[in-house]
Design a protein around this ligand. Structure first.
Ligand code: FAD
Length: 442
């Protein structure tokens, strides 16, 4: 399936998720009136399934929508589920407040109602911790485990509520729909949590070397097993700019981290990841010994030069956000690309400007202009200084007619990507020409 077909198929699926059950409910209008509480519950259950499926790392999804869009859909659907569940609860209680408030009593209510109350509490805590993670300064790993436990509680409680009360499954159409979405959810979860980890070890990847790039950044060079090298065009079969989740043990599924594949998409069986040592995990990667086995889940993402046909590229990288740009430029050089490209790299100090020597070589092989910039003055620095803003862009980009025919790839921290997107908006670059990847999932 092509990327645009995958995009269209998934958008249709997410729109259909709430509409199909509503149509089924209206379709049974001859026998009974549409009950608001049933409609709210039905759409909430369907949207809940969508919220989970969208983050289940199906490759057609991550490469069709892109990782940023996947997270936007996940958050949006999550808020929709929360709103629908609270509305559903309010409608049930307000129908007869003095009697129905007892339905929320965890000690005395019937099991089906108790399941619903537990699911609702889990969902509210889940929503609050997701919204307030940064403010609460929850460590990412702790938040991730809590998020999964709360999500599992919400799903189990909702399923028990539906089955025990028999509200949503009392006619054939509804039963088939409920079975179909629950069945799809089970298939997706088995794939995500059982099959993928099993397949992640075939072929194996082992560390060939860890190459220091600066005091705080290293490149992890991995070699695929012989089996993979024989059977694939290039290691992992990725498009330049895509990323993979990396972990050090096959079944330690909650400790994987996303990293962009920095090497070019070539057929020599090696993969490179350039990693900034931010916390415990990335520091551990910098200390791995040659021969250590690692497990990859990928490729994922839609941030790739292979998805555009622009007359030229403008690549804008903040710090280690240069990794997808290196993969794209290395691949374009191997392919003998002759289009004009520009690369703007931004760092706080000269140490943050990675791959400067290799970029000189790439300028000889490609029609490439490299503009290194520092956000703050530095002794001896003669290049551009300051954040990449509209004024700086206006000096390095061609006139507005040619600007509109170029594609713009932005990668780095969220503040970097948001700031440069705003600057591109200010100079009138069409939104559909701007592609972004933020190195931050929360
Ligand atoms: C699509 C994508 C591609 C990336 N590519 C690169 C790359 O090529 N090179 C690079 O150096 N960094 C990259 N990152 C960032 C990298 O994943 C984080 O820096 C790394 O996970 C931090 O882990 P830590 O435990 O060492 O640091 P910590 O200090 O524990 O975490 C720092 C921050 O990283 C994020 N983070 C931590 N753990 C995870 C996790 N398991 N999953 C997702 N995010 C997490 C959180 O926002 C956290 O606040 C990428 C991120 C994304 C989303």
């Amino acid at each position: 399936m092509t990327r645009s077909a995958a995009h269209a198929a998934w958008v249709t699926a997410f729109v259909a998720l709430p509409l199909v059950p509503l149509a089924l409910l209206f379709g049974t209008g001859e026998e009974r009136e549409l009950e608001l509480k049933v409609a709210l519950g039905l759409v909430a259950v369907s949207a809940l399934v969508g919220t989970i499926v969208v983050t289940s790392r199906l490759r057609s999804l991550t490469s069709g929508l892109g990782m940023e869009q996947v997270l936007v859909v996940h958050r949006y659907l999550g808020l929709v589920v929360l709103g629908l569940v609270l509305a559903h609860t309010a409608v049930v209680v307000l129908a007869n407040p003095s009697r129905n408030i007892a339905l929320l009593d965890l000690a005395h209510a019937k099991p089906g109602m108790r399941a619903a109350t537990i699911a609702t509490i889990a969902l509210v805590v889940l929503g609050l911790t997701a919204l307030l993670r940064r403010w609460l300064q929850l460590p990412y790993q702790l938040w991730r485990i809590a998020h999964l436990i709360l999500a599992a509680t919400t799903v189990a409680g909702s399923a028990l509520h539906v089955l025990l009360l028999n509200h949503l499954v009392r006619d054939d159409g509804m039963r088939i729909w409920f079975a179909a979405i629950v069945g799809s959810l089970i298939v997706v979860l088995v794939l995500r949590w059982c099959l993928r980890p099993l397949l992640a070890g075939r072929p194996g990847y082992r560390v060939q070397e860890v190459r220091p790039e600066s005091d705080t950044v290293s490149t992890l060079v991995l070699t695929a097993s012989r089996w993979r090298r024989r059977s694939h065009r290039d290691a992992l079969g990725f498009a330049p700019g895509q990323f993979a989740w990396l972990r050090l043990r096959r079944w330690s599924l909650l400790t994987d981290h996303p990293f962009t594949i920095a090497s070019g998409a070539r057929a020599d069986g090696t993969l490179e990841f350039t990693v900034r040592h931010l916390g415990d995990y990335t520091r551990t990667l910098g200390r791995l010994s040659p021969g250590t086995r690692v497990y990859l889940d990928g490729p994922h993402g839609s941030f790739s030069v292979d998805h555009t046909r622009a007359t030229g590229l403008v690549l804008l990288a903040g710090g280690v956000g240069i990794t997808p740009m290196m993969s794209m430029l290395r691949t374009l050089a191997d392919r003998g690309d002759r289009r004009p490209h520009r690369l703007l790299i931004s760092g706080r100090s000269p140490d943050d400007l990675l791959f400067i020597d290799e970029l000189e070589d790439l300028q000889a092989r490609l029609h490439l202009t490299v503009v290194p910039t520092l956000t703050q003055p530095h002794p001896g620095w003669t290049g551009a200084t300051g954040r990449i803003d509209a004024a700086m862009l206006a000096t390095v980009l061609p006139g507005s007619f040619r600007r509109d025919q170029l594609d713009y790839f932005l990668c780095g921290s969220s503040p970097f990507v948001n700031g440069v997107s705003t600057a591109l908006d200010e100079i009138g670059i069409p939104r559909q020409r701007i592609h972004t990847e933020q190195f931050d999932m929360a």
